[in-house]
Design a protein around this ligand. Structure first.
Ligand code: BTN
Length: 245
């Protein structure tokens, strides 16, 4: 089992990317539990080199440093954080769903993205892991940029007081700590399965051969997405992006 996780909270006004900065701090010996929060990011990053829109006053942009004492695959931390984020949203009585692997959707649009990065020892275990979480809390005053306006939303439909960002962060960190300290047990896999928005739906996914179509039928015990293609083959997908058709 992991030892207890103690947080050390650091907030900065503006930064390129909390993930980039925290990786640098990790290389220089920052302790497990170091949390870096930025009020805005000038180069917020998502998976596959995408930009994560991070304006001031409407979102929560944070990265958490883990130094697991036991071998933990990166996807476990990502899925753990997705469940923690979903449960935090639900604690405000707002329904949400998880879109495999790392996004949380509210009212059918993306409200949260998670980016796990880190450094690995030769045996494949983490030297450190940085889990970056971006939450669109409130709608930006001028709306989301056109490139994401069809797909992005905010957790809360109206702009609210700054204290809500702090409360959201507090609950999120509590949920992450709760699950992290249970590793290598992953009881959150039930919630991860139950909250999936794509299971049962036709999807486009990428595998070794390129893009493929199939129906998402479930999540296996390694958090991989199971997809059945028209020839009856079941693919266990562990990377890439999926699109609901
Ligand atoms: C995704 O949508 O693919 C993941 C988005 C992750 C965004 C967060 S915001 C805090 C942290 N810093 C970054 O540059 N990215 C993550």
């Amino acid at each position: 089992m992991q030892g207890p996780l103690q947080y050390e909270l650091h907030t900065v006004e503006s930064i390129k990317s909390t993930n980039t900065a925290l990786k640098e701090l990790a290389r220089n010996g920052a302790p497990e539990g170091y949390v870096l929060v930025a009020l805005t990011q000038t180069n917020g990053r998502g998976r596959m080199n995408r930009v994560f829109y991070s304006p001031k006053g409407t979102g929560l942009y944070c990265s958490v440093l883990f130094r697991p004492s036991i071998p933990i695959p990166a996807y476990v931390l990502t899925c753990m954080s997705a469940v923690a984020a979903a449960e935090t949203i639900e604690s405000f009585d707002i329904p949400c769903k998880i879109k495999w692997v790392n996004d949380v959707y509210v009212r059918n649009k993306k409200a949260v993205g998670i980016l796990t990065e880190g450094a690995f020892a030769p045996d494949g275990s983490f030297v450190y892991a940085v889990v970056g979480i971006g939450v669109n809390l409130f709608p930006p005053a001028d709306g989301f940029p056109e490139s994401i306006s069809d797909t992005a939303t905010a957790v809360f439909e109206q702009k609210q007081d700054e204290s809500l960002r702090k409360l959201f962060l507090k609950r999120l960190l509590q949920r992450m700590k709760h699950y992290y300290e249970m590793l290598p047990e992953t009881p959150f896999i039930d919630a991860y399965r139950e909250k999936q928005m794509i299971v049962g739906k036709p999807i486009l996914f990428s595998d070794m051969e390129g893009m493929n179509r199939g129906t998402a039928i479930g999540i296996d015990d390694s958090f991989r997405l199971l997809v059945k293609t028209s020839d009856g083959t079941v693919h266990a997908v562990d990377r890439g992006d999926v699109t609901i058709l």
